[in-house]
Design a protein around this ligand. Structure first.
Ligand code: UDP
Length: 553
């Protein structure tokens, strides 16, 4: 910290003069507070007021200039969780002239990313809400490089996973608490405020029951690139693209098979698997593989990632530790266990992750359906699922219920009661679910072949028409292959043609293997048809339609 102060002093007068003359400048992206990230010159922070300060001068810039709509409800979300009212960002305004009466500002020379961590105590939240969004926000703005400074404004202390946040840049992240040490007024020379929400896939149930986000924009590719970058930072020697079903020759397959192993991620304080040893034995026997256990209580995080990154299967009770499935190799399987009365369909952060396009992780869930195999904890504190604080009647209702009804986040006592049960896993039903689930596991080879390159527009689309008789006509449509096709090896190329009679609101779709076709059925003389053509690779990779053709018979 003192180093920054002295480094800043070199240009101190220049910086102070710039602030006084130019004030603060802000330019943002995003139409709404929920998709906004702002870049600032000379955004200041008063540790006394615990507020950011925007200094107005003749040359300050504030774009968007929302007037008081800036408070309806806020300028932007400081965390990646959408529109959460504890995560809003705004600033106070002052005229730059007020600087004369204020404590001398301390300038932060680093390019800074200012954000809120959402729940730094929970590993799932750390990755989903903070690390992935921060990583890709830094990717978006090239001056947020390895030298960037991160500032966490949520007000929490470092938390148990601070080492992970440290991987994002070479500079120590700052906590809100530490800003005081810089004096009463600090000014960030250049800063970005807010986080990209592009990579998040789950909403936690603040306004509607939890579930996948409505419009998921991330694919397995971006998750894996992030995982790889993090592993490199953790100095994990990853087995280069060790894909479990890869390998060419039989020998290689044999060798890989020997190295195959299953990881059981165990929790040691809550939501226990009571017969873990039995589960491990059953897995080893069923798959003829080594089974290793890991737990956050016993291993360092990097050593856990090292193990998971080479596993064929990850088995765990539902819980934040399952976010580590993002380090699994392609082609691996995740098996998530759910306690009694918890419906796996309704709690799907890890299923959604595994199912992202291109993630290539096979997902299987098992739930305990035998009430005699569950161990409840009604007398624990409410946040660990205790229900002793509730009316007797409500306690009885919860105890008698066989499934937690849909509910909102975060303090539903019935949900907490059920999700914090310990479970004796019924081995026969567990193995049954596994066997069934593995039957539908796609082979990785197939997944790999399915390319992600989309066709371009078909070129030179043309139509020719002729009238046969008073009620017969022909319409010939032809086109050239998309420009990118000649560079690609595509298993199957097809074309889709839509024909619509002008003025009608329905159309006839045709799928064709060739580049021209003469339509005669349903084609009337002296009629205008609108024709659209597009290319399709491998059944489901759709290209764009070419410009519409207007064809008069
Ligand atoms: N945790 C753990 N072992 C346990 C219980 C919890 O390592 O026995 C970790 C868990 O991975 C998470 C944090 O503690 O990072 C909070 O756990 P909690 O049960 O509150 O959340 P959940 O796992 O349901 O998201």
């Amino acid at each position: 910290q003192s180093q920054e102060v002295s480094q800043a002093r070199i240009d101190y007068h220049v910086a102070l003069q710039a602030l006084q003359e130019h004030g603060t400048r802000m330019v943002c992206t995003g139409k709404m507070h929920t998709d906004r990230i702002c870049r600032f010159d000379y955004l200041c922070y008063s540790s006394e007021a615990e507020e950011f300060v925007f200094f107005h001068s003749n040359s300050s810039v504030m774009l968007p200039n929302l007037g008081s709509r800036r408070f309806q409800p806020a300028l932007l979300d400081l965390s990646s969780v959408e529109d959460h009212n504890t995560q809003y960002f705004n600033f106070l305004e002052l005229p730059a002239a007020a600087l004369k009466f204020m404590p001398k500002p301390v300038f932060v020379p680093d390019i800074t990313l200012i954000l809120n961590r959402f729940n730094p105590d929970n590993l799932m939240h750390v990755f989903h809400d903070d690390l992935l969004p921060a990583y890709y926000t830094m990717n978006q703005y090239s001056d947020l490089d390895d030298e960037a400074r991160l500032v966490f404004m949520e007000g929490w202390s470092e938390g148990p996973h601070f080492d992970l946040y440290r991987l994002l840049s070479s500079k120590q992240p700052l906590l809100k608490e530490q800003l005081k040490n810089f004096g009463k007024l600090m000014c960030f020379t250049k800063s970005y405020v807010g986080l990209s929400k592009m990579t998040t896939w789950y909403q936690y149930g603040f306004v509607q029951p939890q579930g996948p986000k409505a419009n998921i924009l991330v694919s397995g590719n971006e998750i894996r690139q992030f995982a790889r970058a993090l592993m490199d930072k953790m100095n994990i020697t990853r087995v280069e693209e060790m894909e479990k079903e890869g390998g060419s020759g039989e020998d290689e397959k044999e060798k890989e098979k020997k190295d195959d192993y299953i990881v059981v991620f165990s929790r040691s304080t809550t939501r226990l698997i009571l017969n873990e040893a039995e589960v491990i034995m059953a897995l080893a026997q069923e798959f003829q593989m080594r089974v290793v256990t890991v737990s956050l209580e016993e291993q360092s995080f990097p050593s856990i990632v090292q193990v998971i990154s080479g596993a064929s299967m990850l088995v765990s009770m539902h819980g934040a530790q399952l976010i580590t499935s993002l380090f699994l190799p392609r082609g691996a399987a995740v098996v998530e266990l759910f306690p009694f009365a918890v419906n796996p369909e309704q709690y799907t952060p890890y299923r959604t992750l595994a199912s992202l396009p291109g993630m290539d992780i096979h997902y299987i869930s098992w739930r305990n359906t035998k009430e005699e195999n569950t161990v409840t904890h009604p007398d624990r504190p409410w946040e660990q699922g205790g229900i002793a604080h509730l009316d007797k009647e409500e306690q009885d209702r919860i105890q008698a219920s066989k499934e937690v009804p849909r509910h909102l986040c975060c303090r539903n006592p019935e949900w907490l009661f059920r999700i914090y049960q310990d479970t004796l896993v019924d081995i026969p039903s567990f193995l049954e679910v596994l066997k069934e689930g593995m039957k539908t596991k796609p082979s990785l080879k197939k997944a790999k072949v399915a390319s992600t390159v989309h066709p371009g527009r078909v070129r030179e689309p043309k139509c020719q028409t002729s009238v046969q008789t008073t009620n017969e006509a022909k319409l010939t449509v032809s086109w050239q292959i998309p420009w990118n096709l000649k560079f690609l090896k595509v298993r199957e190329v097809k074309y889709e043609v839509w024909i619509q009679e002008q003025g009608e609101n329905t159309y006839m779709p045709y799928i064709l293997p060739q580049q021209n076709y003469t339509f005669s059925e349903n084609i009337k003389p002296f009629t205008t048809y609108l024709v659209w053509v597009r290319c399709i690779f491998n059944k489901n990779l759709l290209g764009p339609f070419a410009d519409v053709l207007t064809c008069r018979t």
